[in-house]
Design a protein around this ligand. Structure first.
Ligand code: ADP
Length: 249
């Protein structure tokens, strides 16, 4: 099911983060070990000794910065809960992607029943960023002159009031092999410099922290639909979500 796919994606996300970090740490560690080996086993001239110590200093600094970056990425940011009108956020996102639309003659078909949407309790700026990532992906995937549809409607789930925002594109779609990986941090199929691979993972983390869900349906050659559901009432942390989001120690 979709749920299992996303769970699989989550596990893979941890795996890819760890393997990426291992790779990044391996090089400075190897340099440090080689330098130490030189210092211990060879009688180096004082000048060479200093150079070797400098290598150790630089490379260990690199390890420290890598661990710091990982800690920032894995630590749970404070969850801000304040009243937020989805209609206003959608409006800001539409404004922001304006230039992208005209550059590639794309249209954005916004269908929202703004007045009917329940008010959410989250940080508007964070929702804006999350939605912007999804809309930007849809626009980038669209062929020139294409249309992206953005829908927002009230949707209750298991008795909980909420809002569903759907972003629909008619781009190339995502293959079933790739789909579970798209929410992994650093996973990207875009050329270097164009994609960071962090958009969907941050979006997923934000939605998850608010007790919502992120669903991605995609068909090769037909397009992609990303559905974000967020509950209206502020969600108090559950043991399960706290555990799932625990920082790596
Ligand atoms: P980035 O956009 O920087 O690559 P994301 O985390 O936002 O990072 O997306 C990860 C990958 O998911 C993209 O590189 C792309 O392969 C795939 N993807 C996301 N949205 C779409 C879409 N609407 N259509 C096709 N592929 C998509």
């Amino acid at each position: 099911t979709q749920e299992q796919l996303l769970q699989k994606g989550k596990m893979a996300a941890v795996g890819s983060l760890v393997s990426g970090l291992c790779h990044e740490l391996n090089n400075p560690m190897a340099a440090i070990r080689m330098s130490l080996d030189l210092m211990v086993r060879r009688k180096l001239a004082p000048e060479r000794q200093r150079e070797t110590l400098e290598v150790i200093e630089r490379q260990s600094q690199r390890c420290v910065s890598l661990v710091k970056a990982l800690r920032e990425f894995s630590s749970r940011p404070a969850v801000i809960r304040e009243p937020c009108e989805v209609g206003a956020v959608v409006g800001r996102v539409i404004e922001l992607v304006g230039p992208q639309l005209s550059r590639r003659r794309l249209s954005l078909d916004a269908r929202l029943a703004a007045a009917e949407l329940p008010r959410l309790h989250l940080h508007g700026a964070e929702l804006e960023t999350a939605l912007r990532h999804v809309v930007t992906n849809a626009l980038e995937a669209s062929p020139e002159g294409g249309t992206v549809t953005l829908e927002a409607r009230p949707l209750a789930r298991e008795g909980t009031q909420g809002v569903e925002v759907a972003v629909i594109d008619h781009g190339p779609g995502i293959s079933p092999d790739t789909l579970p990986h798209v929410i992994e941090p650093f996973f990207t199929t875009k050329p270097p410099g164009e994609g960071t691979g962090l958009g969907l993972s941050l979006t997923h983390r934000f939605i998850d922290a608010h007790g919502g869900t992120l669903n991605i349906e995609s068909e090769r050659g037909r397009g992609t639909t990303v559905r974000m559901w967020l509950p209206a009432a502020p969600v108090l942390e559950t043991a399960a979500s706290a555990e799932g989001e625990a920082p790596l120690q």
